[in-house]
Every structure is written in C-alpha cells, then in structure tokens.
Design a protein around this ligand. Sequence first.
Ligand code: PHB
Length: 391
Amino acid sequence: MTRKKGAKVVRSIAAVALGTLTLGAAQAAEKVKVGLMLPYTGTYAALGTAITNGFKQYVAEQGGTLGGREVEYFVVDDESDPAKATENASKLVKRDNVDVLVGTVHSGVALAMAKVARDTKTLLIVPNAGADELTGPLCAPNVFRTSFTNWQPAYGMGKVAAERGHKNVVTLTWKYAAGEQAVGGFKEAFEKAGGKIAKELYLPFPNVEFQAYLTEIANLKPDAVFVFFAGGGAAKFVRDYDAAGLKKTIPLYASGFLTDGTLDAMGGAGEGLLTTLHYADGLTNAKDTAFRTKYATSYKMQPDVYAVQGYDAAQLLRVGLDAVKGGKLEQPAMIKAMEAAKIDSPRGAFTLSKAHNPVQDIYLRKAEGRDNKLVGVAEKALADPARGCRM
Ligand code: PHB
C-alpha cells in the first residue's frame, strides 16, 4: 500500500516536471518536423538503423534540438522497395506535413523521393543513396546529399586496381542504379589507366543466389573481380566467393559498402579485402574519435559509414535551421546556408559541390578483424563530375 502510494507521488512529480520542460521548449522555439524514410527491414535494414542512430546522436549532442528547435520525427520503413516509394514519401509530405525529408538508402527509392520533393518543394537530404542523377541531371536547389555518388568510391577503386597491375576485370553486381553506376565509375578510371572490362555480370536486386555467377567467373579467369554489394547481401556474397575457392585465386575489389558494417557477418571470409570509401577505421581526426566513443556508448556497437552519413545529415540540417533562427523555415535562406556549409564530419571535413554532393577524400582500406583499416588516400577531394546538372 505504502509502496504503491510512493510510486504515484513520484509519477506525478515527474509529470509536473515533464510538463514544465515541454512548455519551456515550446515557448523557446518552434518545432522542426523530420520525415525519416529509410529501410528497417530487408537486406538494407542495418543501414537504415545506422543512419537513424547517427542522425539522432547529433541531435542528442545538441541537447535534443536542432538550430534551437525541438525535433519531431515521422518514421517510415521504405523496405528498399521502389514500387512503394512515391506513396511513402507523399504520406510524409502531405499527411504528416514534414518540413524536411531525410532518406534513403536505395537509389531507386531515392529517385522517387526526389520527384516528390521537387513536386512539393520539400527539402530533401539524402543520407546514403548514391544515384548519380540526384546530383546530376536531376539536381535541384532543394535536394542535398551527405553521402556520395555511386560513381565516387568506385572511381577510386578503378584507379587502385590499375595501379596494382590488373588488366582484365570481370564485374558483378545487382542490376539497378547503384550497381550499374558503381561499375560505370570503376570502368571509367580503370579503362583510363589502360585496363579492360572482360564482362559485366548482373543479377536482380536483392537476389543472393550467386553460384552460377561464381562458376562463370571461375571459367573466365580474369585478373580480378570488382563488385558492388551492400548489407546482408554483401556478407553472403563474400562468404560464397570464399567458399568457392575464388578468394585465394582471383583478387576481389569493391566499393567499401561491401565490408562496412558486414565484417562480423562474414565470419572471417572478408579478411584482407581491399575496398575504397569515403570513411575508414583508424582515421585520426578529433571529430571521429569523439563520434565513435559516443556512438559505442549509446548504441553498444561500432559505427560505420552509414552512421556517419546520418550524423552529417543532421549537421547539414542544423546549418539550414541556424540560418532562419526560430522563425519561419524560409527555404531560400536555408538553402543558401547549406550550400556554403563546411561539415565537420567524422570522415574528415567536407564541403558541397555546386550540385549539392560532398567533395571528399576516397580512402583505400583493408579489412582486418572487425575493421576496415585505413591504408591510404586513393583520391584526394574527389568531386563527382555532376554530368547534366544545370543549377
Ligand atoms: C544505393 O542504392 O544507392 C546504395 C545502397 C547501399 C549502399 C550504397 C548505395 O551501401
């Protein structure tokens, strides 16, 4: 009886305190409504979660606000399904009235989101999807990206593969924008350096029945293989490549998504793989050290490139919100500030190109244990060519 009464008193004190707090925040500032449209199921589920964690970590570091505003989240699992993308994004904009869309991982889904963003003049920050078009022919004042183009890391790998003496490469990936454009970036740098692509192999997204392709690679006997895979599918691919005996005979290269956040699930099969990406384990900047320590404490796991991109999406939004203080979310003022932003990222500070895509170092990394250890810089301050962007 007494204990129950005690609990009630504690609860009501907490309620009063909470009421005061909420009132204080409401008086101090407007809200910003953030629509998180990300995959929380399927082969890219872990990627969506890492982006969400990173975004929320930055907001938490600002005391739960961005640019002095309370952040209200509206969350949709987009399942990495382009067929559902327009409806999902429209719901966030029209029903929930979000001020900004943040998403997504899958290039095909992001292209549909960008169309909704353009049609409704909603601010969009892309924290992963590399679709070259978003900061190419479909670039727009209200569309920003804190991640990469599919071309960027793959271009870095094409150069590295040629430098390592390979002449004749087979590529394998999922047949959709991300895979095709990664192969395009690799091919551009590799051929420029005198290499040849012997064959481009494709399977539908998100299939993981790799056996027939591995048999074909074994028959073709190229100098090396380049792939784009990510998430759960990447772990399965590397395990299969190793089990087929190919890892010992034909070097495997990839955009670093292959091994980011997936090394544990590879159970050792990823050891020694060389990849290129705009993030690495073993960077020595102070921002990365602080970011990683906090991430490990908050989420009981190590961050990866996706967490970094989510964190930086929140940083970029904050720059926009700071420009309008507590007042109306005037897009021209926000956009102007965001275009000029220098983001103090755990990957190393970066600025945005005219097309709103990061200009960033592409690191060469080697998988060692649970880490993608920094080996060197494959491309310094690499800007996507942004072909077709008129802005
Ligand atoms: C993409 O679809 O653009 C994509 C997905 C997963 C990645 C990278 C790019 O890790």
